[in-house]
Design a protein around this ligand. Structure first.
Ligand code: DGY
Length: 321
């Protein structure tokens, strides 16, 4: 019987599935383990099922012990896991790609619509008793139909956004990725641009790239300056993809019209000035928070562990470079 440690009380049915053949220890505090607690919690584990808020360092792998076979994160992103260390120790790392596409895409589109329709401000206005009658000048914003949506990264989530915004809202799709994607182009009538060529023509830029050395501060001051002054920036990927201080300046100086953010450079801290801006919509890293997605993510993480503990490859091995 192998030992599986689960750092959060995830879906009961996913836990039950793990318990069929293994010993399972769940942190049921509903409170993230501190780095110190995590070291103790993983001791003796053959498998760790973690969240993106658990930093899986070399120290954590050492604390688990040499029998550790897999770290399965219940997230698409795996930038919180030291891949060099897992590779050196021959520990598989698996993520949950494809389990939150609709959820995250719906959230990115919601942020975009909230900015365009001034939803937070309009809601606050009504609640404050300021609505005194129909006024043709109240909260007038841009229409999104026919405008250009620039999608940066057209994996599972980027493609789902293209479906919703292209087919649903009638937006024209421009995109950037490491290389052109002919399937994506024919499916969504989309056009490939170098990033620096996409920024000046897009009315909305939405980011869907993993956090890598090459994508850290992908949106820096220089790139933000290339965007239209009427454009919105949406980030549901990882905070450090955007230079948040540069973004605050760009918003303060009205270099761009607004930003919808679900992720932050130093999460959960925010860059000073961000919350004082009227032209931002901020959510607390909840883009994948649908019941459907959470269930699917938990089961996917469990399935990866079950496969590895039964001697099979993990279906969602992230294949460390
Ligand atoms: C992910 O899956 O990586 C999201 O950021 C968390 O849901």
């Amino acid at each position: 019987m192998s030992k599986i440690v689960v750092t959060w009380p995830i879906s009961e049915s996913a836990i039950a599935k793990l318990k069929e053949k293994h010993e399972v220890v769940v942190n049921d505090k509903e409170q993230a383990l501190t780095a110190e607690e995590l070291l103790q919690f993983v001791a003796g584990a053959d498998a760790i099922l973690c969240l993106l808020s658990n930093k899986i360092t070399r120290e954590v792998l050492d604390a688990a012990g040499p029998q550790l076979k897999i770290v399965a994160t219940m997230s698409v992103g795996y930038d919180h896991i030291d891949l060099a260390a897992t590779k050196a120790k021959n520990v598989t790392v698996a993520a949950t790609p494809g389990m939150s596409d609709e959820a995250v895409a719906e959230h990115a589109v919601t942020l975009m619509l909230s900015l365009a329709k001034s939803i937070p401000q309009a809601d606050a206005f009504v609640r404050a008793g300021k609505y005194k009658g129909w006024d043709p000048t109240l909260f007038v914003g841009p229409e999104l139909g026919g405008k250009v949506l620039g999608i940066v990264g057209v994996g599972h989530i980027g493609s789902t956004i293209a479906k919703i915004a292209g087919f649903g809202l009638g937006m024209a799709i421009g995109y950037n990725d490491v290389k052109p994607n002919p399937d994506f182009e024919s499916q969504f009538n989309a056009t490939y641009f170098e990033l620096d060529a996409l920024l000046p023509i897009a009315d909305v830029i939405t980011l869907h790239v993993p956090l890598l050395p090459t994508t850290t501060h992908l949106m820096n001051a220089e790139r933000l300056a290339k965007m239209k002054p009427t454009a919105y920036l949406i980030n549901t990927s990882r905070g450090p993809v955007v230079d948040e201080a540069a973004l605050v300046s760009a918003l303060q100086n009205k270099q761009i019209a607004g930003a919808g953010l679900d992720v932050y450079e130093n999460e959960p801290s925010l860059t000073p000035g961000l919350i004082d801006l009227p032209n931002v919509v901020l959510t607390p890293h909840i883009a994948s928070a649908t019941r459907e997605s959470r269930e699917a993510m938990a089961h996917k993480a469990a399935d990866n562990i079950i496969a590895v503990l039964s001697g099979q490859p993990a279906p969602d091995d992230v294949k460390a470079p």
